[in-house]
Design a binder for this molecule. Structure first.
Ligand SMILES: Nc1ncnc2c1ncn2[C@@H]1O[C@H](COP(=O)(O)OP(=O)(O)OP(=O)(O)O)[C@@H](O)[C@H]1O
Length: 410
């Protein structure tokens, strides 16, 4: 980087006050001329600096634009097969195994080694070197040895709890009963319903009940940024479950990988298809009576590709609806179990008022009521705190149309 030009020396001249007038005037003129000269130099320097600042600003803009493009466009995952030299490498794209000889930008050329996982753009230029695979796997999956949720923590969906226990818990705990009768238990269970109704809780509660490892992966993670990564993650997911048997695989937002096929043939769609095919083939090759159960969840049931609902795949559908009045009362009781609730709190009345609320929304109502009690410097939560909490939630909701319960669910 070039340095800023150094400042011109400040003219400095002592003028003897005893000099005759005409000599003093001459000396002062000379000094003035020097000052004008320095002023000119300073003005030049100011111009140069302004120009340089403009240059730098343009560079910053350019880098920011590049950065944005990098962030917004999908990149493909590839492995570096060979570093040929002269800034050239051979990469093999994941997914289709296409091998390409490509250039590496000087910015990262020195760091690229054979075996690296890299992200390449449409023209196969390496954009970045990726972290090791285990990190990507750890980022995409949530693993809990034994989740802390129990069936007693779930309110208002007793029938769904019963069905899940029958379809997921029983085959794990009493596989011999299925053998005796001579049937295979359901392959996969699909929970569908509006957001925040307890689908994830249900899956966790079964894992807790059966002492199984709970492995959660969000469908959106499978189709995120790096093309070629989704099917590999699906393979990893099942491999991990095999290592940790007994295990419950929970795929949230399954719609992200299993939406109805569209006509468009973009690389992104093809990638989602590949990921879904991988998921189906893992499920097809699965031992139905084994120690691994698969649960998926969606709140976009209408969009699902029916291929995933065929026998041997997600063949047990369980709808988890919004809680009814009694359900809401039960959920209120569950979420206030640990709270210091005053005698006058009328849960039945609150259940009447909260028509259309999901379990998650009832949980926030209880928390918000607790906040009102604290604000009023009480350690007991009164009925009026719940009413204030309800008014606040309603007011917040009316200013936020998208957040209205079940907006995406048809
Ligand atoms: N039926 C319920 N009983 C008790 N609490 C509930 C119930 N449903 C939801 N909750 C509360 O809401 C939170 C979120 O619920 P959960 O994650 O299970 O919903 P979900 O149906 O999986 O939602 P999403 O579709 O948005 O993933 C839970 O941690 C719990 O506190």
């Amino acid at each position: 980087m070039s340095r800023s030009p150094s400042l011109p020396e400040r003219p400095h001249r002592n003028i003897d006050p005893d000099l005759p007038d005409d000599e003093r005037v001459e000396a002062l003129r000379g000094h003035y001329a020097e000052l004008v000269d320095v002023n000119e130099q300073l003005e030049n320097q100011l111009d140069q600096t302004t120009e340089r600042r403009e240059d730098l600003r343009e560079r910053v803009d350019r880098v920011e634009r590049e950065n944005e493009t990098l962030k917004s466009s999908s990149l493909y995952i590839a492995s570096v097969e060979d570093v040929v030299g002269d800034g050239e490498v051979v990469v093999k794209q994941h997914g289709n195994n296409q091998e390409v000889l490509t250039e590496v930008s000087p910015r990262i050329a020195e760091r690229v080694e054979a075996g690296d996982r890299v992200a390449v753009n449409d023209s196969f230029a390496i954009q970045t070197i990726l972290e090791t695979e285990t990190d990507a796997r750890a980022q995409a999956m949530e693993i809990t040895e034994r989740p802390e949720v129990g069936y007693e923590d779930i309110g208002g969906i007793d029938e769904q709890v019963r069905e899940v226990r029958e379809a997921v818990e029983q085959p794990l705990v009493e596989p011999e009963r299925f053998e005796e009768v001579g049937i295979d238990p359901p392959s996969g269970v699909l929970l569908h319903g509006p957001p925040g109704t307890g689908k994830t809780m249900l899956a966790k509660a079964v894992a807790n009940q059966t002492d199984a490892t709970f492995i959660k992966m969000a469908g959106s993670e499978l189709v995120r940024k790096f093309i070629g990564e989704g099917s590999r993650l699906v393979r990893d997911l099942f491999e991990l479950a095999r290592e940790r048997e007994p295990a419950i695989i929970f795929i949230d937002e399954i719609d992200a990988v299993a939406t109805t096929r569209t006509e468009s043939k973009t690389s992104g769609d093809a990638e989602v298809q590949r990921t879904m095919m991988q998921l189906l083939s893992e499920m097809d090759g699965f031992e139905a009576r084994g120690e691994i159960r698969i649960i998926a969840a969606t709140n976009r049931f209408d969009m699902l590709d029916r291929a995933i609902l065929r026998p041997g795949r997600f063949d047990r559908l369980i709808e988890v609806p919004e809680p009814n009045r009694d359900g809401r009362e039960q959920i209120l009781e569950i979420h206030t179990r640990g709270m210091n609730i005053a005698d006058g709190v009328d849960f039945a009345d609150l259940a009447d008022e909260t028509d259309g609320y999901s379990g998650a929304e009832i949980e926030s109502l209880a928390t918000e009521a607790g906040m009102f009690a604290i604000r009023n410097e009480r350690d007991e939560v009164h009925h009026e705190d719940f009413v204030d909490a309800f008014d606040k939630i309603e007011a917040d909701d009316s200013s936020d149309v998208i957040s209205s319960a079940g907006y995406f669910y048809q």
